[in-house]
Design a protein around this ligand. Structure first.
Ligand SMILES: Cc1ncc(COP(=O)(O)O)c(C=O)c1O
Length: 429
């Protein structure tokens, strides 16, 4: 493992987490009994969200605020997943024939067509299919932000190493839509082939102006790809309104699907421009008697290949159905309201600086902050060890910060407790 990877993993606090989840620190407590989800009634908002929370098998002693890293699946989704595994194992079948129905459900979630949906294993794979599949030559340029997650930057650095693609970076502007457009515009040259953005940036939760950037890309005939690992399931949108040519996300974050799931959307008019980066069963027509040629399928599913964990794939549809039951707009409003509550509370704590934008169009359900009084790694450990809050340390670009994700199973009450915990740590530091 090289030092950068080591540094990044250390930055995520995985070492520290290993230590704090050792026996005796977070004792295993029986799971909460699920409360049937009531019809939403604004006058009983807190009771509704308590019922939602009870649908998760999270340890009741743990305040899980790291959906941006990994989102737990709700118990009904996990049950569907495990039942499906057993069913496939009972019959010795791989279950690929069940993809079709799930693909339609997932396409509806993004307001796309099912022919535009590819089931991947994670967002990195979706980004890699685009970076590896587009016909790029030495000297062709790609623009993305310097806050990109390794799952967003890695696929392009690979193309830099292998094909001589030139990476050009902009720093996201937390202040304005125009600022972001200007920073991208000044990097465009006649060799620019691709603009990629994180829909919501991983370190500080900036919502980048996708539709406006799409217009800019279109004006210059540039492929526009969105890394949506931090947006799908956080708030609803129609992928076509983002104006992108392709959009990749993880299932296992805000969507609440099982681990190792992802979705890649490719606009149907442009899928022919993305060659598969791996080929086998389901890529297209391969003659059964060799020699012969491989003829790619038209649909985005041609980027899927070979035997998969079908139970995980179709559980993405179960996760989508669970979100629909709770209410997608309601989930977005809840996560955002908690983020605003945190933002306002953090600003009352001496020395604390919030790095997430205040402007509503530039933010959603992530709140990142820092204080000169205590380093991110130590703060992360204290929050976890002494208060049982699982946040995410932000080591990227030396931001030295802490990221809090607020999703449907988080509550206003635990946000107050988190603020009190941060306040007491900062005052003692
Ligand atoms: C913006 C972004 N892209 C990509 C990834 C990688 O996700 P995955 O592990 O699903 O590939 C992450 C993970 O946090 C992310 O935040």
């Amino acid at each position: 493992m090289n030092m950068n990877r080591k540094t990044f993993i250390r930055g995520l606090g995985i070492g520290a987490l290993g230590a704090v989840t050792a026996p005796g620190v977070l004792a295993s407590v029986p799971r909460a009994t699920p409360i049937a989800l009531p019809a939403y009634n604004p006058s009983e908002d807190a009771a509704f969200w308590r019922a939602v929370k009870s649908q998760y098998s999270l340890d009741p002693e743990l305040h899980y605020m790291n959906t941006g890293g990994l989102g737990p699946a709700a118990t009904p989704v996990l049950k569907f997943y495990t039942d499906t595994i057993w069913e496939h194992q009972r019959h010795g079948e791989h279950g690929h024939d069940t993809f079709h129905k799930a693909r339609q459900v997932v396409a509806d979630f993004f307001t796309a067509e099912s022919s535009e949906i590819c089931f991947t294993r994670n967002a990195t794979e979706g980004n890699s299919i685009i970076a590896g599949g587009l016909d790029l030559r030495e000297g062709d340029e790609v623009i993305f932000e310097d806050h990109a997650h390794p799952g967003g930057s890695g696929p392009w650095f690979l193309q830099q190493n292998r094909r001589g693609v030139v990476v050009k970076l902009f720093t996201p502007d937390p202040e304005s839509v125009e600022g972001n457009l200007a920073r991208i515009r000044e990097l465009i040259t006649p060799r620019t082939r691709v603009i990629q953005i994180s829909h919501v940036t991983a370190p500080t939760g900036i919502v980048l102006p996708a539709a406006e950037i799409a217009e800019l890309a279109q004006e210059h005939g540039i492929w526009f790809h969105i890394d949506g690992a931090q947006s799908a399931g956080m708030f609803p949108f129609k992928v076509i309104e983002l104006g992108c040519d392709s959009y990749a996300t993880s299932g296992h974050k805000w969507m609440g699907a099982p681990h190792e799931t992802g979705v890649l959307f490719i606009r149907k008019e442009r899928n022919h421009e993305v060659a598969p980066i791996a080929a086998g069963s389901y890529t297209g027509e391969i003659p059964s008697h060799l020699p012969g040629n491989l003829i790619y399928d038209h649909d985005a599913s041609r980027h899927e290949y070979a035997t998969r964990n079908a139970a995980a794939v179709v559980s993405v549809a179960a996760a989508v159905n669970f979100q629909k039951k709770v209410g997608r707009k309601r989930i977005a409003a809840h996560g955002r309201a908690l983020a605003v509550q945190l933002h306002e509370g953090l600003l009352r704590i001496p020395t604390v600086e919030v790095l997430t934008p205040t402007r509503p169009e530039l933010r959603a359900s992530i709140t990142t902050f820092r204080t000169p009084r205590i380093g991110y790694s130590e703060l992360f450990s204290l929050l976890m060890k002494d208060h049982h809050f699982r946040c995410r340390p932000v080591s990227e670009q030396n931001l030295d910060a802490t990221r809090i994700s607020t999703h449907l199973f988080n509550t206003a009450e635990e946000c107050e407790q988190l603020l009190a915990a941060i306040d007491s740590i900062v005052r003692k530091a």
